[in-house]
Write a protein that binds this ligand. Structure first.
Ligand code: 5AD
Ligand code: SF4
Length: 469
């Protein structure tokens, strides 16, 4: 048994991790042939991609997948810790799984992902959720075959490492899309923003070797993939732990040269964004002009309390540089309202910043205290009603700019990667280079191709158009 420990997770010593190529012990192959798994994923793209790897591993074991929990022999939750509602959803599903297990005794229930890394969650599950067969952490989920093979012998297995173990290459993968692929470039985060649990659940920053990343992209091209999204909690820190003179800028350039039609990357921390990165994004047409640049707050006082390491002025300088140097660039953001001690004036500063940036997309949240983070020790001194009112006001403003920006595209022709057919006849959907959802009319359009679409109508969160030949 290995239990998570936030003190260890918080430590900043560099671990000596090894790079290992994943190999499954042949005794596990097809061991569970005929069994079905219900896999539920919560949270960010990193978690979604982990689930693609988990699927790949379980398929080697012989599992197939079902969307109906009642049909499952294994219920596996890949969980998120970022806000309290992510916890609540997972516990809700565990409740349903418990109910099912009352009539289906042999049902195996497991929990992995970020919640598995939290001391308080693991303690609760040990005390009150004895029906959960295993908890496996973010750093060792690839040990699922070993864990599953022991479920009939052990009561409740807990295998969570507080800090990163080895860096595993060549994990099996079953991707959700045939056209767009996630590619990890860096794991973990060293920023320790005061509200954020990620450095505790995902460990210290560690980059994959550039050769492994480029090889993965080249393989994806051979399989017909049209787009890669380079993933990391902070992609702009790529390479810092591995190389002296090779950063995200050089990596983006090397990937652009593979000629994959579309490259995206997320998430960026403004602190690590440098001019060379902007130059490279501007130079290569296959690096999409769409950047996610979380600001979190427009008040310098709150940014300081959040430990964000930049001022509003520095953020705005970077923002405008991107807009100026990257043709046609759209920028999206994340914003938190109701951080402890946020006054009405602080909040108004956030509104002012939004008025200046006129974001193309924004994810807005009410601050949620996370046990173990420094901010959770600050007095949460704003009422629920006040926080909700601030969120409402902010959403009204960001929505106004989404629509205004979309209105500007009416009458324009935009390139769209066609991802699917909608319910309506002869209607397709996909994303533009600037990451806007486009619904459009057309005849016999090939899925996975990039087509030109003439925009006819703008909505707040999407655009309507028709194919333009
Ligand atoms: N409360 C609310 N929102 C949070 N985020 C991260 N931690 C918290 C928290 N404790 C938001 C940030 C981040 C996004 C992924 O989630 O805006 O950029
Ligand atoms: Fe949630 Fe963060 Fe974990 Fe992603 S990394 S699943 S957002 S807690």
């Amino acid at each position: 048994m290995h239990l998570p420990d936030f003190k260890v997770a918080r430590s900043s010593d560099k671990k000596d991790y090894k790079k290992i190529n994943y190999q499954i012990d042949s005794k596990y192959l097809n061991k569970y042939k005929g069994k079905k798994c219900f896999l539920k994923t919560y949270g960010c793209q990193m978690n979604e991609h982990d689930s693609e790897n988990i699927k790949g591993i379980l398929e080697l074991l012989g599992y197939t997948f079902t969307n109906e929990m009642q049909e499952a022999d294994l219920v596996l939750l890949n969980t998120c810790s970022i806000r309290e509602n992510a916890h609540n959803k997972a516990f809700g599903l565990l409740g349903r799984a418990k109910h099912l297990k009352e009539t289906k005794k042999e049902l195996v229930i497991g929990l992995c992902g970020c919640m598995a890394q939290e001391e308080i969650i693991v303690k609760t599950i040990m005390e009150k959720y004895s029906f959960v067969n295993f908890i496996i952490g973010t750093h060792n989920f690839y040990e699922l075959p070993e864990i599953l093979s022991k479920t009939d012998k052990e009561k409740q297995q807990i295998e969570v490492y507080s800090r990163e173990k080895d860096l595993i290459e060549q994990l099996p993968v079953d991707r959700n899309s045939k056209y767009k692929a996630y590619v990890n470039i860096i794991f973990g985060c060293d920023k320790f923003c005061t509200y954020c649990i990620v450095p505790y659940t995902r460990g210290r920053q560690r980059s994959r070797e550039k050769e492994d990343i480029i090889k993965e992209v080249e393989d994806l091209i051979k399989q017909g993939y049209m787009e890669v999204t380079l993933l990391g909690q902070n992609v702009n820190a790529y390479g810092k732990d591995l190389y002296d003179n090779y950063s995200l800028a050089e990596l983006l350039e090397d990937i652009a040269k593979t000629n994959i039609p579309r490259i995206r990357f997320m998430t960026s921390h403004p602190w690590d964004f440098n001019d060379k990165m902007i130059e490279v994004i501007a130079k290569y047409p296959n690096i999409m002009p769409s950047i996610h640049l979380p600001v979190q707050s427009g008040s310098n006082r709150i940014l300081k309390l959040m430990g964000r390491r930049y001022t509003k002025e520095e953020y705005l300088t970077l923002f405008h540089k991107m807009k100026e140097l990257i043709p046609n660039c759209t920028i999206s953001t994340d914003i938190i309202v109701g951080f402890p001690n946020e006054t009405k004036e602080d909040f108004n500063e956030t509104l002012k910043l939004v008025e200046e940036c006129k974001y193309d997309n924004a994810f807005t949240f009410i601050y949620s205290p996370r046990v173990g983070t420094p901010a959770s020790k600050l007095e949460d001194n704003i009422s629920k009603e006040e926080k909700e009112e601030r969120l409402y006001k902010l959403n009204e403003l960001v929505n106004k700019y989404f629509k205004e920006n979309n209105d500007k595209l009416v009458g324009k022709i935009v390139p769209v990667l066609v991802e699917g057919i909608s319910d309506k006849k002869n209607e397709y959907f996909g994303y533009s280079d600037t990451n806007k959802l486009i619904n459009f009319k057309g005849d016999n359009v090939k899925l996975g191709s990039i087509v030109n679409v003439l925009i006819k109508e703008a909505k707040t969160w999407s655009l309507d158009g028709e194919i333009y030949n």
